[in-house]
Ligand binder design. Structure first.
Ligand code: SF4
Length: 618
């Protein structure tokens, strides 16, 4: 009954592949590919395994619903041991490659080993070709993707790959999709580079089969109708995308400014999404089958960074390369974000490490002698562009910054660690934990290091409630009361959304009920999943990922925040005077999460979730 869950294993050392099959019901309790991939990491990757060695695994895990007719089911996760954090590494993007992989009949791609020479993979139903990529090595991302399409003589193919940064093992390297979306976080592009793997091209045309196809189609139609009825109310988001967040953050949330030492940016208006729309927006784009179409295309026709046609930068990129660096030159932000995509760099981490260097330079912790003659001052966008080139090509002072802010601070020494804004080695996203204390807790305990997307714990403070899971009251973002509970519940819910492959903009702004997703998942796997079962599966996946981190050596002392948040009251902005009171929230959270005083999942919790196999692994 129904189809099998298929894992495609590719060994680059031996240039061979094989497929293993499991019954889809056997992997339903861990939500399919994401949970299976986590178990593979837990069982096959050791604490001493070098993330950039052939023993590391690089996995592409499309969501359980990805590639189906469900609106917003577009996401795929790249999962590996991160070279940036050396713990669980995951980055999720709307990659057409993941959709094609599913449609070629594979639920999970596992890549191991290391090719002797640069290669790219061409995956179709029943076959994997190992293609010579020597002539692509050194190319920027989009240039390489075009060359691959020409080489394959194929337009209907999804391609993802790395730029020079990944090839040169820069720890901030991203993986870019041919539709411009990025699996940017955790340095997973460097894992691809370490395997001599330039790109993956997939082609698949099959429909995704559900065990109960009739129910599946019915619920998918209901979800689409539900979203279409709301589209008018979402016109601002649809027009501005996440870039519309700049002014909202400035006015209501505290725009991260000057390497997080300020909470308000005088140049916010100049770098706003509204300004982008007014001056540079020339088109809109969407992900596979999504009516929201929140992506934009911008064009610079004159000025020092013209001519340039590029993807509209997301809010995170604008803040990281703008306010965080005190840069109010919008054209330079568009240029910098595009350059990051072409070189294959994470815009958040790149902006953060440059802001860190600017602060160190301003405080005299760095001199021109150490920076190769560069004066790295806040607000200097020309220096920022030079540094991005250096980071992406692992040259000059950029080679140090490309190691990530934690390693760069250790290298610089002299107290620079205090200005390195990261959790567990991952640079912070652009959402203020001063304004939402629950976000401070979430950053401290998130599986991949500081992450706003694995929890969205600020939703209740925004007034976006999820009564289905007991999040039924608007809360005060400045308070710490009840925040551990909110954080835990929303982390589990986010694992569900992520593992199913649902875009969080669609499910949150579109108000897609979780019960509908439970009905869809039940129809997909052929077994009844009530809402509680689904959220419990999300919790199971979270605990598995925590278990991997414990195996990698993570303990309670690592669940913390940069000292700046804990000790330095913010001097301005809406969160003026605030610090994050982490410890009481953390204590409560540990109880609710079932972690012991050392940060390990309790044995009773593992038994309760039916994952006792973890006990012998950690
Ligand atoms: S809401 Fe935006 S990011 Fe999400 S699927 Fe639609 S177009 Fe893509």
């Amino acid at each position: 009954m129904g189809r099998a869950f298929k894992i495609l294993r590719v060994n680059l050392s031996r240039l061979c592949f094989h497929v293993t099959e499991r019954k889809i019901i056997e992997v339903a309790d861990v939500l399919g590919a994401m949970g299976v991939a986590t178990n593979i990491l837990l069982e096959e990757v050791k604490r001493e395994s070098d993330p950039l060695g052939p023993e590391n695994k690089l996995m592409l895990a499309p969501g359980a619903l990805t590639g189906s007719a469900v609106v917003g089911a577009v996401k795929s996760a790249v999962i590996s041991k991160s070279p940036l954090t050396e713990i669980y590494g995951e980055s999720i993007f709307s990659a057409d490659c993941g959709i094609h992989l599913k449609r070629a009949g594979y639920d999970l791609l596992v890549i191991e080993g290391r090719a002797e020479k640069p290669v790219y993979l061409f995956i179709q139903k029943g076959n994997v070709e190992f293609k010579d990529a020597s002539n692509l090595w050194g190319m920027e991302t989009f240039e390489a993707f075009e060359a691959i399409r020409r080489d394959l003589n194929e337009r209907n193919v999804g391609v993802m790959g790395i730029g020079p940064a990944g090839e040169r093992l820069v720890r901030l390297a991203s993986i870019i999709s041919d539709n411009g979306r990025a699996a940017a976080r955790c340095g997973l592009g460097a894992v691809m580079g370490s395997k001599n793997l330039k790109a993956i091209a997939c082609k698949g045309d099959n429909e995704i089969e559900a065990v109960d196809a009739t129910s599946f189609e019915k619920v998918a139609s209901e979800i689409k109708e539900h979203l279409m009825r709301r589209l008018d109310r979402l016109s601002r988001f649809r027009m501005l995308g996440t870039s519309g967040g700049v002014l909202i953050h400035e006015v209501e949330e505290g725009l991260p400014t000057k390497n997080w030492s300020r909470g308000s940016f005088p140049g916010a208006e100049k770098i706003s999404g509204e300004r982008i729309a007014e001056k540079f927006l020339v088109g809109r784009r969407t992900c596979f089958g999504c009516p929201m179409a929140c992506q934009g295309v911008v064009e610079l026709k004159d000025g020092p960074y013209a001519p340039l046609k590029a993807k509209r930068p997301e809010y995170e990129s604008i803040a990281a390369l703008g306010s965080l660096c005190m840069n109010d030159n919008l054209e330079s932000i568009i240029k910098a974000a595009d350059l990051c995509d072409r070189l294959g760099l994470d815009t958040i981490s790149t902006g953060t490490v440059i802001a860190f260097a600017m602060e160190c330079y301003g405080r005299g912790l760095l001199t021109k002698n150490e920076t190769g003659g560069l004066e790295i001052k806040f607000g200097d966008h020309e220096v920022m562009i030079k540094l991005i080139e250096q980071i992406g090509r692992r040259e000059g002072f950029g080679a140090i910054l490309g190691e990530g802010v934690k390693r760069a601070a250790e290298r610089i020494g002299r107290g620079a660690e205090r200005f390195a804004m990261h959790v567990k080695g991952l640079e912070l996203p652009m959402h203020s934990p001063y304004r939402y204390k629950e976000l401070g807790l979430q950053y401290a305990v998130s599986e991949r290091g500081a992450c706003h997307l694995r929890g969205l714990s600020f939703l209740p403070a925004w007034g976006m409630l999820l009564p289905e899971v007991g999040i039924d009251k608007v809360v005060d973002g400045f308070s710490i009361e009840g925040k551990a509970r909110i954080c835990k519940i929303l982390q589990d819910v986010c694992r569900v959304w992520d593992a199913l492959g649902m875009c969080k903009h669609v499910v949150t702004f579109g108000g897609i009920p979780l019960t509908k997703l439970a009905a869809l998942y039940s129809a997909l796997v052929g077994v009844e999943f009530e809402l509680e079962d689904l959220v419990r599966a999300g919790e199971r996946v979270w605990i598995l990922q925590r278990a991997f981190n414990v195996k990698m050596g993570i303990r309670r002392k690592d669940d913390t925040l940069p000292k700046r948040f804990l000790e330095e009251p913010l001097p301005d902005g809406v969160a003026r005077g605030q610090i994050v009171e982490l410890e009481p929230m953390l204590k409560e959270y540990y109880e609710l999460r079932g972690l012991d005083e050392d940060g390990k999942p309790r044995i009773e919790k593992l038994k309760e979730l039916g994952i006792e196999h973890v006990i012998s692994l950690i």
